[in-house]
Design a protein around this ligand. Structure first.
Ligand SMILES: C[S@@+](CC[C@H](N)C(=O)[O-])C[C@H]1O[C@@H](n2cnc3c(N)ncnc32)[C@H](O)[C@@H]1O
Length: 274
């Protein structure tokens, strides 16, 4: 069994960090070990896995209704379908957004005439690809992730789709990347931001995105319903508390106009006031 000294593994914060840990910056800990360790801990501590906190399809719809929705509405380009099919075999496939959510975000991006976007949490690339395809040919995206491994898949699909030159990928903690953009004078310059990285930093991402987005620009925040856990007062793990607190904060935040849309795992739309 893997032994990591001096780490209190039972804290849900650590589970969160371990789940997202980039094997290339760990000291010899392999992704496989983390997966195995996590399974062990989950049995041991009864802490539910992140898998049970996310959903890859719109919450609460009966399956036959969901299938009907897909059958009469999804117009997924082949490249996105191929990426979704490849990601379905990935052990973390539950992290990918659903095709109906991707299509909805692409529609928003087109409605806004967005030219510059932020993707915070890339994984294998579905959200970045669907948004980048919706940007005009001269459009630009800054994409943030900590994992070379996950984003190597994303990069392959960006190349195949012919949109790789639109995307500037930063492999670093997203807070550092966003702070760098702010320092470099990119405040008020982005049209659209999608927040979908580690949940414990969501508020930090929201505050930074709010600076980087232009007045009238849109921030979309994923997993705001967190498989319904936010609505269950018995649940008080760190990630659920963070999402619940951010939902409450945005509800009262008069810097933005908002809508919480029950698509996927819940998507808050926050438009920066002019
Ligand atoms: C839910 S997945 C993103 C899914 C993606 N939006 C999609 O549509 O497939 C979350 C991603 O956030 C990344 N991540 C975790 N912690 C991070 C951090 N501190 N900074 C940047 N990215 C992080 C993970 O490596 C993972 O790829």
């Amino acid at each position: 069994m893997l032994i990591i000294p001096n780490i209190e593994l039972r804290l849900s914060f650590c589970l969160d960090s371990l789940f997202y840990l980039n094997p290339s910056i760990s000291t010899g800990i392999k992704q496989k070990d983390i997966t195995n360790l996590k399974c062990f801990l989950d049995k041991e501590t009864c802490v539910p896995t992140i898998k049970s906190h996310m959903t890859k399809q719109t919450l609460g719809l009966e399956n036959h209704i969901y299938q009907y929705l897909l059958s009469v509405s999804i117009r997924e380009p082949d490249i996105l379908k191929k990426l979704r099919e490849e990601t379905a075999n990935h052990p973390r496939n539950i992290m990918q957004i659903s095709p109906e959510q991707g299509q909805f975000m692409a529609l928003l991006v087109q409605l806004m005439g967005a030219k510059k976007a932020l993707d915070i949490g890339v994984f294998t690339g579905y959200s970045s690809l669907v948004v980048a395809l919706a940007l005009p040919p001269a459009g630009k995206m800054v994409a943030c992730d900590v994992s070379e491994e996950y984003t190597s898949i994303a990069r392959r699909y960006w190349e195949q789709a012919g949109i790789a030159d639109k995307i500037d990928l930063h492999i670093a903690p997203a807070i550092a990347t966003l702070d760098k953009l702010i320092t470099e004078g990119e405040t008020d310059s982005f049209d659209f931001a999608f927040i979908d990285a580690d949940k414990s930093s969501y508020d930090d991402y929201y505050e930074r995105a709010l600076k980087l987005i232009r007045p009238g620009g849109l921030i979309a925040i994923d997993n705001v319903l967190w498989s319904g856990r936010v609505a269950d007062s018995q649940i008080d793990d760190n990630r659920t508390k963070k999402i619940r607190a951010l939902n409450k904060k945005i509800h009262q935040d008069d810097r933005v106009t908002i809508s919480m849309v029950p698509i996927g795992d819940g998507l808050t739309l926050a438009r920066k006031r002019e």
